[in-house]
Write a protein that binds this ligand. Structure first.
Ligand code: ADP
Length: 218
């Protein structure tokens, strides 16, 4: 059985989530209280309903109980976002993902039962800043507040050296988990493995240590 998704709030973020899921051929129920927003979405996703998500009866009538994942993408109206999250959790949706405006909003969402809180602007801002600091950074995944994984293209200073010579663990306190090259993935790199042109290092570490590492090879 394919997963069933619903997206509540069709602003820029919610619309993009709904459209991408539809592009993956998933059935998506998109809900917004605004008529124009629902009309725009109707060309893109399977089911679109104009409804106020703070109206519990309306959500129950839509059968939201049967959905695997509900994304609450109401940004500006924090009260509506919190109420909607409470209702959707009470209805019994197993996974509720909610977009938060700020840290305090995020804390409240966690308290009322959101399974995952996301901060799209904050996270995108971090990504862009990492790319600006080092053009070698390909991706950046936050593991917790303090730890992340970065994918970094091998800098010219790394090429032809092995991991022992680069001494990343001792110098920066970070760990090279894997080395990718095209489709090839070395998930247990040895100290003697040479870094080649086109390699991508997958490095895990504390954010502060990763920053030192990124800047050193920028
Ligand atoms: P973004 O920053 O992603 O564009 P917005 O906060 O501008 O997000 O958009 C949120 C969307 O959520 C809007 O389309 C708005 O009509 C919708 N929305 C706000 N409150 C409700 C509600 N109570 N029920 C349903 N949709 C809502």
């Amino acid at each position: 059985m394919k997963k069933q998704f619903a997206v509540i709030g069709l602003g820029r973020f919610g619309f993009s989530v709904a459209k991408t899921l539809a592009d993956f051929d998933f059935e998506v129920l998109a809900i917004d209280s605004n008529e124009q927003r629902t009309q725009e979405a109707s060309n893109v996703v399977t089911h679109v309903v104009q409804a106020d998500s703070t109206d519990e009866e309306a959500l129950r009538a839509l059968g939201l109980r049967n959905f695997d994942v509900v994304v609450v993408a109401i940004g500006q109206d924090i009260q509506a976002s919190i109420l909607t999250t409470i209702i959707v959790k009470e209805i019994g949706v197993p996974k509720v993902v909610v977009k938060a405006q700020n840290e305090l909003h995020g804390k409240v969402l966690k308290k009322v039962g959101a399974d995952k809180v996301i901060y799209p602007e904050r996270d995108m801002g971090m990504r862009v800043a990492h790319h600006l600091v080092s053009s070698n950074i390909i991706d950046y995944i936050e593991l917790s507040d303090d730890y992340s994984i970065v994918e970094i293209a091998a800098a010219p200073a790394m090429i032809g050296k092995n991991l022992r010579q680069l001494d990343i663990r001792a110098k920066f306190g970070c760990n090279v988990m894997a080395v990718k090259n095209g489709d090839k993935m070395n998930i247990a790199p040895h100290a003697e493995d040479l870094i080649k042109e086109g390699d991508v290092l997958v490095v895990v570490g504390k954010n502060t240590d990763l920053q030192h590492f990124e800047v050193a090879f920028a």
